[in-house]
Design a protein around this ligand. Structure first.
Ligand code: G1P
Length: 290
């Protein structure tokens, strides 16, 4: 048991087919959410939970992510020569906010396989996992809420949210005993069950703190739902070896993995941005007056 984790893993190898053609040449994680790429929200969440090393599991066409969190000398020189100090500081801070480690997932074999690709870096300690498509707005950050439970109780922790019966088929769903204060002892989990097979309506939401004992399990894991090696199936086996907790997190989630969800998140968060709220309101007003 530990009160801190230093590494957070980001599975970012997916091809982003739901966003084509926008994502033909750039990573979907680089699509802007108001003023920053989607991936930066996840990195900031991990930083807020005390992580220092961001382990990106990447694939083809993801070079922009590496470049984004790197220095850019031409841009820095240009900003300096034009006395754009604030922008200059922002650009520098991106490369200095954490250490970034990149590992390749050579084949799209599923989320469990993507996490297994992080084994060379994460095998000796508990580590965080953030699925950046789910952007969380929360204080403290959702990963920090999971870490608090890990610090108190040990074991692995997953973020949970209650979903409607129609939506269980979109998520991993747990069978769990209520341990009080939004914490659940997870007894079983199933990936993407229909409403008739779902053990509850508590669904797993894109945030995990995992024991390194998950790696030998994932190495042996057979393909499950959708023909993919599922992280949910791996954690299910982990439950028979070590405690796994679920936390109904406090905060707001924006599903940026679909185009309507991403557009909604942009409009909603722009409304909360002091300089952009008026822009959204003006556009709506113009539309209504046409
Ligand atoms: C993945 C996980 C699933 C989880 C979901 C959260 O599914 O496999 O258990 O509930 O993320 O977003 P995906 O969205 O990759 O299909």
């Amino acid at each position: 048991m530990t009160s801190s984790i230093s590494k957070c893993l980001f599975p970012v190898a997916g091809l982003g087919t739901r966003f084509l053609p926008a994502t033909k040449e750039i990573a979907k994680e680089m699509l802007p959410l108001v003023d920053r790429p989607i991936i930066e929200y996840g990195v900031e969440e991990a930083l807020a939970a005390g992580c220092k090393e961001m382990v990106m599991i990447t694939g083809r066409a993801k070079k922009a992510i590496e470049d984004y969190f790197d220095r850019s000398f031409e841009l820095e020189e240009l900003l300096k020569s034009r006395n754009k100090q604030t922008l200059y500081d922002e650009v520098i801070s991106l490369s200095e906010m954490a250490d970034f480690i990149y590992l390749r997932q050579h084949r799209p074999l599923g989320l469990g396989h993507a996490v297994l690709c992080g084994e060379p870096v994460c095998r000796n300690e508990y580590f965080g996992v953030i699925l950046p498509d789910d952007v969380m707005v929360a204080e403290p950050s959702v990963l920090a809420q999971l870490l608090a439970v890990h610090s108190e109780r040990g074991g692995s922790v997953v973020a949970l949210e209650e979903v409607s019966a129609e939506d269980t088929s979109r998520y991993g769903v747990v069978a769990a005993e209520n341990a009080g204060n939004g914490v659940f002892a997870v007894k079983d989990m199933v990936e993407k069950p229909g409403p008739e097979k779902a053990p509850s309506r508590l669904a797993i939401m894109g945030r995990y703190i995992l024991s390194p004992a998950i790696f030998p399990i994932l190495e042996r894991q057979q393909a499950g739902a959708g023909g993919e090696i599922q992280l949910t199936d791996g954690i299910r086996t982990l439950i028979s070896q070590e405690p796994v907790w679920g936390v109904v997190y406090k905060g707001r989630r924006f599903d940026c993995g679909t185009q309507p969800g991403w557009l909604h998140a942009n409009i909603r968060l722009a409304m909360e941005h002091p300089a952009l709220k008026e822009v959204v309101l003006r556009a709506v007003k113009e539309y209504e007056e046409e």
